[in-house]
Design a protein around this ligand. Structure first.
Ligand SMILES: [Zn+2]
Length: 265
């Protein structure tokens, strides 16, 4: 195979791994939908109905959210396992099959200075606050449980752009608690953060599986950097460099477009 053919193959297989992370998003959304339904139903049984509505430390809400978090972790784990099987196909007979979930989580955590679980906890908590604001505003507008659930799900990608939610006291409480993260596109919703976590894990898992396969045979690799106006300085530094095959190099950051290519002797 020519250098170009190998690079094309690497991009094609990375695309397959990434595509699967997209199909997983719907599974995550369905799971969130069923938790939201349960939580909204519960909200109507709690005190402080109306604009001052709060979940507080309600144990039932905590339980529903922790079960949702565990199920989301299982969904992400499954999509990482699939990415690894794609690495196996890319590498043919050199396929690497071990389910090394803890290593994946550790490597991924290095980019955020937060463990994988801390991130999932933070996003779940953020979703609780988002939901609190929708319930409070929904009660003021006399919406039914189903209407509040649907309203939240429709706005799950950007709940903070809904004007009434912006004004809701629940939202202000979130903002002052420092739990929301402000990214380049404004405030990132809990759902979007979870989706990104999944994609990061998938791409890191795919790269780790390749590293293990290649490293076993003492090979070298280089990083195929997509070099355009959006490419960051850190990725640009990898242009033309060679690395030991088992070293974790790319993806360098969330949404990194760099791919590792084996140097075939
Ligand atoms: Zn990059």
């Amino acid at each position: 195979m020519t250098k170009k053919e190998i690079e094309d193959k690497v991009i094609e297989y990375a695309g397959k791994a990434e595509y699967n992370s997209k199909t997983t998003e719907n599974e995550v959304k369905d799971r969130i939908n069923s938790a939201v339904k349960q939580i909204v139903a519960l909200a109507f049984l709690l005190p402080n109905q109306g604009k001052d509505f709060r979940f507080g430390q309600n144990q039932k809400v905590v339980l529903i959210l922790s079960q949702m978090r565990k199920d989301i972790e299982a969904i992400i784990k499954k999509s990482v396992r699939y990415a690894k099987s794609i690495s196996g196909r890319l590498n043919g007979q050199f396929g690497y099959k071990t389910a090394d979930w803890d290593t994946d989580k550790w490597v991924e955590s290095q980019r955020y200075n937060k463990t994988y679980l801390q991130r999932l906890y933070t996003y779940t908590l953020r979703m609780k606050f988002e939901l609190e604001a929708f319930v409070a505003v929904g009660m003021v507008r006399n919406l039914s449980q189903n209407q509040i659930t649907d309203w939240f799900m429709i706005n799950i990608n950007s709940p903070h752009t809904v004007p009434e939610i912006l004004d809701a006291e629940g939202y202000l409480a979130v903002r002052t608690s420092g739990i929301l993260l402000v990214g380049t596109g404004g405030i990132t919703s809990a759902y979007k953060s979870i989706v990104r976590l999944n994609k990061d894990m998938v791409m890191a898992g795919y790269a780790i599986a390749n590293n293990k396969t290649w490293g076993k045979y003492g090979l070298y690799k280089y990083v195929l950097v997509v070099n355009d106006a959006k490419t960051c300085a850190a990725c640009q530094m990898n242009i033309g460099l060679t690395f030991p095959a088992d070293e974790f190099v790319a993806p360098l950051h969330p949404s990194c477009r760099c791919r590792e290519v084996l140097i075939v002797p």
